[in-house]
Design a protein around this ligand. Structure first.
Ligand SMILES: [Zn+2]
Length: 248
């Protein structure tokens, strides 16, 4: 564990000395608008180092009888925009007000440009041994007699060993997005990305005309959203906590 913390610190430090973000990952990358993922055929649609660590975790899980399957990894701004707009139109058609609409979408979905899936460090995973019809990313499926109970328990115990941390934890004090037992992030890289992301001015990106309901997403809301949603995550994925860990 001590070694791993050192490894985490080193990864973060190497991000720092390379500037805000490593050169090939520009600010556009952080908001899902980089060509990096389009130009390269990347394994699992993840940053190579993340894909390698995922493979190690996948193989370890397999030897315990769990077949980790990725449902979603990298998503572009456009991908996220399509998800957002589809939900927006659906909610609008059932008569939700603008405020109710945004509140409902942001239970699980991020505003385009602010998804951690833009970074190539985050994954939504299930157990591929089970063939399931309909939505698989549903909390109930990870509990009780659900098909993904074994996967959840395995990840809670082992994912950290491979650098993966749950983002939207089941902690009642956590704000923002609902608990997502399926969403994991590769901390050694995503911590640096989050830090750089927080220094961006997102007003222009978020209020883009392409995003439905954008009139609601003004600067006060964005500030609230950044503090409660973007930062409403597992403390292990935040820089402050990370530096505190290091000093312990
Ligand atoms: Zn996710």
């Amino acid at each position: 564990m001590k070694n791993f913390k050192f490894f985490l610190f080193f990864s973060f430090f190497s991000l720092l000395i390379h500037g805000q973000v490593e050169k090939k990952f520009s600010n556009l990358h952080l908001i899902g608008k980089s060509k990096y993922f389009l130009n390269k055929k990347l394994k699992y649609n993840l940053i190579p180092k993340v894909a390698d660590s995922f493979d190690s975790m996948r193989i370890a899980a397999l030897s315990d009888g769990i077949k980790i399957k990725i449902i979603s990894s990298y998503r572009s701004f456009n991908d996220q925009k399509n998800i957002w707009n589809r939900k927006f139109l659906k909610n609008e058609s059932i008569g939700l007000s603008l405020k109710e609409n945004i509140k409902k979408i942001t239970k699980y979905s991020t505003i385009p440009g602010t998804s951690r899936h833009h970074w190539g460090t985050d994954i939504d995973i299930v157990d591929g041994s089970y063939v399931i019809e309909g939505d698989v990313l549903v909390t109930e499926k990870f509990y009780g007699k659900g098909p993904y109970v074994k996967l959840r328990e395995w990840l809670e115990k082992n994912a950290k060993r491979f650098g993966f941390y749950l983002v939207y934890t089941n902690d009642k004090k956590r704000t923002g997005f609902n608990y997502e037992p399926w969403h994991y992030s590769y901390a050694p890289i995503s911590i640096g990305f989050l830090n750089s992301f927080l220094n961006l001015n997102l007003n222009k990106v978020i209020t883009s005309n392409e995003v439905l309901g954008n009139s609601f997403l003004e600067s006060n809301f964005i500030e609230f959203y950044m503090e409660n949603y973007v930062l409403g995550i597992n403390p292990a994925l935040k820089v402050d906590n990370y530096l505190t860990n290091k000093n312990r």
